[in-house]
Design a protein around this ligand. Sequence first.
Ligand code: GLA
Length: 389
Amino acid sequence: MEKKNAAKTLFSETFGEHPNLFSFAPGRIEFIGNHTDYNGGNVIGTAIKEGVTMAFKRRDDYEINIISENKSLVKSKLEGIHKLENEDSWANYPLGVTEIFVNSGYKIDYGFDLAIVTDLPIGAGLSSSAAVELGLAVLLNDASSLNLEKHELAQLCRRAENEFVGVPCGILDQGVSAFGKSGNLVKIDCMKESFDLMPFTTNFGGINFWIINTNMKHSLVDSLYAERFEECKLALKVFQNKFPRIINLSQVDYEMLEICKSRLGDTLYRRALHVIGENERVSKLSKAINDYDCETIGALMYQSHKSSRLNFENSTEELDFLVNSIKKYASVYGARLTGGGFGGAIVVLAKSTLSSELENEICLAYKREFNIELSILCTRSEDGARILN
Ligand code: GLA
């Protein structure tokens, strides 16, 4: 309610009238299955209670006006949407979604005013961009009575990011933001693009998800992500030379990996090893979730982080420091980097609430080491993108 009011106020102050449609789309935690999505593998995530709230109103003309907290108003026209640069580039997500809807033949024959507010930490790897995409997608779906299903909305939003924004991401972020459900994780088979809910009530038994944000991000994060994407493609080509029936890296097993070892070379070998290992950890973790075996879940999280550090090389000094520091607390089951990596946050699965004493200790140690403040967020699984009444 509070978030809806904030979006409403921003809308009214900016456009001088009242909005008539509202949406909310959550951020997500990547629980396990790192860089498996665009490799046709499996991944488990959860939508969280923090996200993006939007206030919207159709216009009688073809103008598009978008405002977000602490940003300047961005103006465009329905015909002639183009990618923006520099300080306006945040608006590429809603503009990209609009453009993809129009190009896909969905009837968007109007302009709109849109106000966006968020309580998601930006740059923490919680996918604020997918939340913005899904937030607008559910609004357009409703405003044009398109009756699109969740998986169609997720696919359109991913296309907006791939084709308009230019990031070669997989379906994880959009899929989890669309399919999230309170008290559940979302498991995605990215080859079939099927989405399953897995009950995991973290507050049962006093377990929580904690997000600890390093507040540090590699300046080249987008190009490093694209570089890993390309490396996975190159590794796939090597496997396909030997095993022509393979269509993605997630179909490779350890035996094939060893057979192709010398042809891959050290770097591509380790990238492929990470993807194979992550897929294996997703299936082990699924079983551990069914058994409510938090010890095993935690161990798999640590293994995942180690593989990121050594094989995929998408961790950072700060992320490693946090995972190592949190390990020694008895209340913690496991921790790993979450999302694309190269900065951002770790996700921690911890018994009860991490005591404030422990929170302070970590903050102080981190400050001492890097001279940066940490941000800590305790969150839970929540419902996916939706229209707010
Ligand atoms: C980012 C991308 C996702 C996924 C993760 C890594 O969050 O947007 O599609 O590739 O990185 O697993």
